[in-house]
Design a protein around this ligand. Sequence first.
Ligand code: DP6
Length: 325
Amino acid sequence: MKSTAVAPSNIAFIKYWGKKDKKLRLPENGSFSMNLSNLSTTTTVEFDPKFKKDTVVINNKRELKKTERVIKHLDRVRKLAKIDYWAKVVSENNFPTGTGLSSSSSGFAALSLAASKAAGLDLSKKELSILARQGSGSACRSIPDGFVEWLDGKSSQSSYSVSYKSSNYWDIIDIVAIVSQAEKDISSTKGQEYVNTSPFFKTRLANIKSKINKIKKLIDKKKFRQFGELIESEALELHAIMITSKPALIYWLPETLVVMKSVQKWRQKGLEVYFTINTGQDIHLICQSKDKDKVISRLKQIKQVNKIIINKPAKGAKIIKNHLF
Ligand code: DP6
């Protein structure tokens, strides 16, 4: 019983930050994202009665903390499938881990699909999204295709993601600017525990539903400028919450700010490009495909940018035939 899945990472345009149920990973609010074509995780899972324990290898390494989190997820799958075999898991990301590029979203989406298939389950997209959410909240958005909404939900069964538009609906581009490959000090899981210490969090929650409705309308009409303004101010709002939490969470590096300032300067000169950023120093630039080459050539002139990854909107998690072992 061996299966392999590949899943995209996703970039949240309206962010998830804070949980109303920590164990079930029920979010404080709904969120909205796009799957990314060039940031992905491939994972092979095998359950076998002859294994004596679970083994987990991620990016050629065995790390205790990551292994524990994966084993907890395997336990959820074993419970659903009513099996008690040990498993072997091998997983590889095609991008840096822990720098703000949401490797936990692609990781737990790929793990959920590969492990459930390897355990003999044939879960629907909704069931897979619910399963992935329990591994890492944002992973539930990497199951459906394209532009995705995570429905807030008051219970485990009602908190999952659905596709709002397919991946070929709108040819916008996400260009990731990598400014450092250093792993962040405070994980997204840990950082979220402080969300209620920000005096501004209540205000954020009061406005978030209308933001989600707004982004959906702007996507319906493909109004890029207003869409870009909304996602950039949303990213800055998220970081305002982080910076005003106790302890203060400062994920940016000086290099990150260089990119942010450059984006604003390019815009003043007429280039329509906006940024968004999660928990880390690396930053996503969003533009229309007609402006892609201009954005790339300007980014290449910034010496603080080490690497660029170009993404189109992508489909969700899928099963593939080539196993990693
Ligand atoms: C800032 O999904 O990594 O990227 O559920 O604890 O695993 P856990 O958190 P995670 O948080 C992602 C936070 C974010 C915003 C987002 O992707 O919506």
